[in-house]
Design a protein around this ligand. Structure first.
Ligand code: PLP
Length: 396
């Protein structure tokens, strides 16, 4: 048999955990693994703004004919405004081209395929640590992976000097993957001054920044979270952004994201984009329409946009509240270690400092599911499950 020699692939560290969670019969189990927002009732509901946009779309939709390779044009324009702001230098000079793509993952993969086939370097630098899937995506596309120092567990902070020292070893043309905001898994982002230094470093060393921007609006706000990206974009002539609307629109299963190429001129952007389109054509031909139409409908309608912004603010604030309560409750449970740093991290995740043995004990003894690195999805905490989680952490 041909398939009899195929070996078993290891389970994905994050999605495999969800499968184990689903199979766990315990009623009071808690999933703090995968990065999915849960409301106070532990649900991941469809946003009201999304429901309204969908109702509108069903009413006006006349055809399900193919989209172009780059997807919905109104969506692509809206993406550029979210990324760069109104009237940015980049859009005014027509230096960006955007293709709608299936989620942040699909966007990253298309960016990687484009880079492998069209640029001089095939080395990408990833932060240590980074989102587990980065390694798979980039190595599957044929890029070689290097890592730059980022987070120091002992100080629960970034070692910026060490980051610069690592990147000093990068060669002209190398790609540097940067988390636009809400760094996954650490929750610690660069300051504006540090973004400035990184932008200058990329310029001086001719490195290509590739932004993974999956959490816009989950840190400090929609505009605030784009400041790092905009700072770097103001310094370098060329960059790529892979963004996702899975989290900030709650459109996880619609697979909606985008890859945006910024070049030094409109003409250069068009040429690069023609190659990106070629890559997309041979991968999935053209994107699914629904997610892009939802996002475009919301962003183009003042009332829906304002409702979405409100819903996003509610999500952001609830996570911040859970962080504060988590820290307080651990203290109340008599946990000696200072977990105060959790309150200062951005986005859905918290790098808890729990080790592998503690993570295993939490799962086996208490039905609390956390990824092996100790990353906790704070967005999965609720007032109901917090006491159980804090008691269990105090125990381990
Ligand atoms: N990038 C980072 C840092 C992420 O955390 C995620 C999702 O967890 C993604 C990209 C991928 O997002 P999507 O689900 O839209 O593919």
């Amino acid at each position: 048999m041909i398939f009899s020699t195929v070996s078993q692939a290891p389970a994905d560290p994050i999605l495999g955990l969800t499968e184990a969670f689903k199979a766990d019969p315990r009623q009071d189990k808690v999933n703090l693994g995968v990065g999915i927002y849960k409301d106070e009732a532990g649900q991941t509901p469809v946003l009201t703004s999304v429901k309204k946009a969908e109702a509108k779309l069903i009413e006006i939709e006349k055809s399900k004919s193919y989209l172009g390779i780059e997807g919905v044009q109104a969506y692509n324009r809206a993406v550029q405004t979210l990324l760069f702001g109104q009237d940015s230098d980049i859009t005014t000079h027509d230096r960006a081209r955007t293709a709608q793509a299936p989620g942040g993952t699909g966007s990253l993969r298309m960016a990687a395929e484009f880079l492998v086939n069209n640029t001089q370097s095939s080395t990408i630098w990833l932060s240590n640590p980074t989102w587990a899937n980065h390694q798979n995506i980039f190595s599957s596309a044929g890029l070689s992976i290097e890592s730059y120092d980022y987070y120091v567990p002992e100080t629960q902070n970034i070692d910026f000097e060490a980051m610069l020292t690592s990147l000093a070893n990068a060669s002209a043309g190398d790609i540097v993957l940067l988390h636009g905001c809400c760094h996954n898994p650490t929750g610690i982002d660069l300051t504006q001054a540090q973004w400035q230094v990184i932008g200058q470093l990329c310029l001086d060393k001719q490195l290509l920044p590739l932004f993974d921007f999956a959490y816009q609006g989950f840190g400090a706000g929609i505009e605030e979270d784009a400041q790092g990206l905009r700072t770097v974009a103001s310094l370098v002539p060329e960059l790529i952004i892979a963004n996702s609307f899975s989290k900030n629109f709650g459109l996880y299963n619609e697979r909606i994201g985008a890859v945006t190429i910024v070049a030094e001129s409109s003409e250069s952007a068009s040429r690069a984009f023609s190659q990106l389109k070629k890559t997309i054509r041979s991968s999935y031909s053209n994107p699914p329409a629904h997610g892009g139409l939802i996002v475009a409908t919301i962003l183009e309608d003042a009332a829906l946009r304002s409702e979405w912004e409100q819903e996003l603010t509610t999500m952001r604030n609830r996570i911040a509240q859970m962080r504060a309560l988590f820290v307080q409750m651990l203290k109340d449970e008599g946990v000696q270690r200072d977990f105060g740093f959790i309150a200062n991290q951005n986005g859905m995740f918290s790098f808890s400092g729990l080790d592998k043995a503690q993570v295993t004990q939490l799962r086996e003894e208490f039905g609390i599911y956390i990824v092996g690195s100790g990353r906790i999805s704070v967005a999965g905490l609720t007032k109901d499950n917090l006491p159980k989680v804090c008691k269990a952490i105090a125990h381990v």
